[in-house]
Unconditional design. Structure first.
Length: 135
């Protein structure tokens, strides 16, 4: 699923559909970080996590989940910054008529989409290395 989503996002970037990239990446990261945080918490606790504790992560807002991922070292500081910026751009895109987004904001959305896409690639690369090398 992750590879498929990454390839779809890459095609959208190639087509310069930056707003859609932000919206899709935001939705993807929301679920991805939820799973990664739960796995990290389980590993730290060294036992299964109670459903009520899992619900806590699920009920978090996207920005809070990004912060939690940073605290648990799922994300590094640079990735955290890119994802927080992506979450902010996603909220702007979702609550602004697209026709009223000016050129400067379009450029900011473009930059956020490219940097967050790069962060996604790095995260997948890091996860591949971590799962391939016994810890």
């Amino acid at each position: 699923i992750a590879d498929e989503e990454y390839n779809t996002l890459s095609r959208l970037l190639d087509n310069e559909d930056f707003k859609m990239v932000i919206v899709r990446m935001s939705a993807f990261f929301e679920e991805f970080l939820s799973v990664q945080c739960m796995m990290k918490l389980r590993d730290e606790k060294m036992e299964d996590i109670a459903n009520k504790d899992l619900d806590l992560v699920e009920e978090m807002g996207h920005s809070d989940r990004i912060r939690l991922a940073r605290l648990l070292r799922v994300l590094d500081a640079k990735q955290h910054g890119y994802l927080q910026r992506m979450a902010s751009r996603r909220n702007e895109i979702a609550h602004t008529p697209w026709s009223s987004i000016d050129e400067e904001k379009e450029e900011d959305i473009r930059d956020a989409a490219i940097k967050t896409h790069d962060a996604l690639y790095t995260l997948f690369d890091d996860l591949t290395i971590k799962t391939a090398v016994p810890g």
